[in-house]
Design a protein around this ligand. Structure first.
Ligand code: AGP
Length: 605
C-alpha cells in the first residue's frame, strides 16, 4: 500500500528517495513519484511503471535537490494514472504525499472549489494540498496543523513548501509515519526499513502528531498543539532477505525459508513461561478467561487454526474475528479477555482499528503477534511476541503465516501451563515436537517436483475446491486464498462435511479438489467426503499423512507429508498448498510477488 519517503538535507537526496521507494515496493503500488524543491517552482517526476523506470526518468531529466518527498501509490480514489500519482502540488507552491483516506474529502473539495481552487486529479489527497495552501502564510507547520484539524479519516503525510527550502513537515493519524534523524539531515518514511543505512535514530510518531523537520533536527507537536518529546529509538536494521539468491521469486524463497524461520521463532525457548512474551508476566495469563483473536486474511486464518489449540490445550473459550468486521458489531465482552491481534506487518489498518475498539471497551490485557519490531501494533499492546520470519517481501504471506502459528501454539501452551491444563511431561513433549518441526517441514518441501506436476494440471482450470476438517479447514481456506491471490484461480474452501449441503452441485471433472488429509480422528469421515467427490467424477489431489491408507490408486493423486504430526499437523499441510499456488502462478505467468490489485501492507480500511 502507499509508501512515503521524505528527506531534508544539505546534499542531493534524490538517490536516497529512490532507494527508499525501492525498499517500500514490497507494500504494493501502482504508480510512483518524486518531487524536489527548486528555486522558483518545485519539480517532480511521476509514472505508472515501477520505481526502476522512475529512476531512469529522473536521471534523464537530472532531477536533484536537497529537499524532496517521494511516494508509491496504491490507488483508492482515482485510477492508477500518472496525473493521480503523488507528489501532488497546490499552485506550484505546496507539495504533498499522502497515505490513507480523507473521508470528508468531498465536503472539503466543495469549500476549496468555492475558494477558487481547481482540481487536477481524482484523488482525495488533492484536498490536503489545497487546504494546506489555503492556510499558508509563509509558515508550513502552522498551515499543516490547521489543515489536519479539518480531516476525517486516516492519513500520514509529508509536505514541503517551495518558499521554505530547508524544511519538511509530516503528520499522521491512523496511518504509520516514522521520522529519522541524521547528523545533518532528517527523514520521514512509512516504514523504518526505507531509511536503513541513512540513520539508526528513529522517532515513531503517534496519532495526531505533526512534525517539523530541518537538517539534523525535528520538533514534534501533539494533536492539541503542544510541543512533545517522543522517545528516540536506536534501531540497527538489516536488509537481509532483500536478495533473491538462487530463487526465481521472493515467494518461492520465503516458502523454502520456513524451516529456518520456524527455528528462529522458537529460538532458545526451553520452557513454556510467560517471559517468552515480551512485557508479559504470570498475571498476564492467570486472569485470562477468554481469548479474542483479531486478524485479516492469512493472519485471520492463523487465528482460526489456533482457536482449536486454545480450546484443546488451554481449555479456554476463543472468539476469532475478521478485524474489519469486529468493531461494527455490538460486542458482549468478557473483562477477562486476552486480546491478541495477529499481523505480519503490524500496520494493518483494520486490525489496528479492531484492537483500539477492544481497548476502548476496557479490554486492556492485549498481546500482539507480529513480524515487524516497532510496528504500530507491537507498540500499542501491553505485551508482544515478535515472530522470527525475517523480512517477508512477497505479497502472499507464507513464512509469516507458519511463524504466526508457532507463536500462537506457544501462547496456547503457555496459557495451558499457567492454568494447569498442561502438565510438565506434556510441556516437554510439545517443546520436543516444536523442535522437530523444521526437519519435518524440509521433508515436505522436498516434494516440490510432485507439486509442479499437480500444478501443470490445476493451473489449466479456472476454479478449484479445497477441503479440510478440524484445524485443517482453515488450512484449506489458506490454500484457497493463496491460489486466488497469486494464480488468479477462483478457489473456495469448505469444511469437508459441508460439501453435500450445496457446493457438491459444482463438482465435475473440471473442478479439481485439493484435500488436506491428516491421519487424525476425522480421517474416516473425510474419506467418505472424498468418495462423494469421486462419485461425481471430481479430480482429487490429496495431501495425506502416511498411514492414512490413501494412495495414488483409484483415481486419487496423493502427496505424502510423513507421519501425523499431532496438533502441529496444520503447519506441515499448508506447505504443499503454498507451493501449489506458487507453481500454478508460474504456469500462468502472473506477477507472483506483486499480484494485481494487492498490497503487502494494507494501511487503509
Ligand atoms: C496473504 O497472503 C495476504 N497477502 C493478506 O491476506 C494478509 O495476510 C492480510 O492483509 C493481513 O496482513 P497482516 O498480517 O500484515 O496484518
Amino acid at each position: 500500500m502507499c509508501g512515503i519517503v521524505g528527506a531534508v538535507s544539505q546534499r542531493n537526496v534524490v538517490p536516497m528517495l529512490i532507494e527508499g521507494l525501492r525498499r517500500l515496493e514490497y507494500r504494493g503500488y501502482d504508480s510512483c513519484g518524486v518531487a524536489v524543491h527548486r528555486a522558483g517552482m518545485p519539480r517532480r517526476a511521476r509514472c505508472t511503471a515501477r520505481v526502476n523506470s522512475l529512476a531512469r526518468t529522473i536521471s534523464d531529466i537530472h532531477l536533484e535537490g536537497s529537499l524532496g518527498i517521494a511516494h508509491t501509490r496504491w490507488a483508492t480514489h482515482g485510477a492508477p494514472a500518472t496525473e493521480n500519482a503523488h507528489p501532488i502540488f497546490s499552485r506550484d507552491l505546496i507539495a504533498i504525499v499522502h497515505n490513507g483516506i480523507i473521508e470528508n474529502h468531498e465536503s472539503l473539495k466543495a469549500i476549496l472549489t468555492a475558494q477558487g481552487y481547481e482540481f487536477q486529479t481524482e484523488t482525495d489527497t488533492e484536498v490536503i494540498a489545497h487546504l494546506v495552501h489555503s492556510f499558508y502564510d509563509g509558515d508550513l507547520l502552522s498551515a499543516v496543523i490547521r489543515a489536519t484539524r479539518m480531516f476525517r479519516g486516516a492519513y500520514a503525510i509529508a509536505a514541503f513548501s517551495n518558499d521554505e527550502p530547508g524544511r519538511m513537515v509530516g503528520a499522521r493519524d491512523g496511518s504509520s509515519l516514522v521520522a529519522g534523524i541524521g547528523e545533518t539531515e532528517a527523514f520521514l518514511a512509512s516504514d523504518a526499513i526505507a531509511l536503513a543505512g541513512y540513520t539508526n535514530r528513529f522517532i515513531f510518531l503517534e496519532d495526531g502528531d505533526v512534525v517539523d523537520l530541518t537538517p539534523g533536527n525535528l520538533i514534534t507537536w501533539d494533536r492539541n498543539g503542544r510541543s512533545v518529546k517522543r522517545p528516540d529509538r536506536m534501531i540497527a536494521q538489516s536488509l537481509e532477505g532483500a536478495s533473491l539468491g538462487s530463487f526465481s521469486h521472493y515467494m518461492q524463497k520465503e516458502i523454502f525459508e520456513q524451516p529456518l524461520a520456524i527455528a528462529r521463532t522458537l529460538g532458545e525457548i526451553d520452557a513454556l513461561t510467560p517471559s517468552i512474551f515480551n512485557g508479559a508476566d504470570r498475571s498476564t495469563f492467570e486472569s485470562v478467561g477468554k481469548v479474542l483473536l483479531l486478524g485479516c486474511g492469512t493472519s485471520h486464518h492463523a487465528g482460526l487454526v489456533a482457536q482449536q489449540w486454545f480450546e484443546t490445550i488451554a481449555r479456554l473459550p476463543v472468539q476469532v474475528e475478521i478485524a474489519s468486521e469486529f468493531r461494527y458489531r455490538d460486542q458482549c465482552h468478557d473483562p477477562r479477555t486476552l486480546v491478541v491481534p495477529v499481523s505480519q506487518s503490524g500496520e494493518t489498518a483494520d486490525t489496528l482499528a479492531a484492537l483500539k475498539y477492544a481497548q476502548m471497551m476496557g479490554l486492556d490485557n492485549t498481546l500482539a503477534i507480529g513480524n515487524v519490531a516497532n510496528s504500530a501494533m507491537m507498540r500499542t499492546t501491553r505485551s508482544a511476541f515478535l515472530t522470527g520470519a525475517g523480512m517477508e517481501i512477497g505479497v502472499a504471506s507464507t513464512k509469516a503465516f507458519t511463524t504466526q502459528l508457532i507463536a500462537l501454539f506457544l501462547l496456547a501452551a503457555t496459557l495451558g501451563r499457567v492454568r494447569g491444563t498442561v502438565p510438565s511431561q506434556q510441556e516437554s513433549a510439545y517443546l520436543q515436537q516444536l523442535q522437530d518441526l523444521p526437519i519435518a517441514c524440509r521433508a515436505v518441501l522436498a516434494q516440490e517436483p510432485q507439486i509442479i506436476a499437480w500444478a501443470s494440471e490445476i493451473s489449466q482450470h479456472e476454479n478449484a475446491f479445497y477441503l479440510g476438517r478440524g484445524a485443517h479447514y482453515p488450512i484449506a481456506m489458506e490454500g484457497a486464498l493463496k491460489l486466488k491471490e497469486i494464480a488468479y484461480i477462483h478457489a473456495e474452501a469448505y469444511a469437508a462435511g459441508e460439501l453435500k449441503h450445496g457446493p457438491l452441485a459444482l463438482v465435475t471433472p473440471e473442478m479439481p479438489t485439493i484435500v488436506s488429509a491428516p491421519n487424525d480422528a476425522l480421517l474416516d469421515k473425510l474419506k467418505s467426503n472424498m468418495q462423494e467427490v469421486r462419485a461425481r467424477g471430481g479430480q482429487l489431489f490429496v495431501i495425506a499423512d502416511s498411514g492414512t491408507g490413501l494412495s495414488c490408486a483409484n483415481g486419487l493423486r496423493v502427496l505424502e507429508t510423513g507421519a501425523y504430526f499431532g496438533l502441529l499437523s496444520p503447519i506441515l499441510h499448508v506447505l504443499p498448498m503454498q507451493l501449489l499456488a506458487y507453481h500454478c502462478a508460474c504456469a500462468r505467468q502472473t506477477d507472483i510477488d506483486k499480484p494485481r490489485n494487492l498490497a503487502k501492507s494494507v494501511t487503509v480500511e
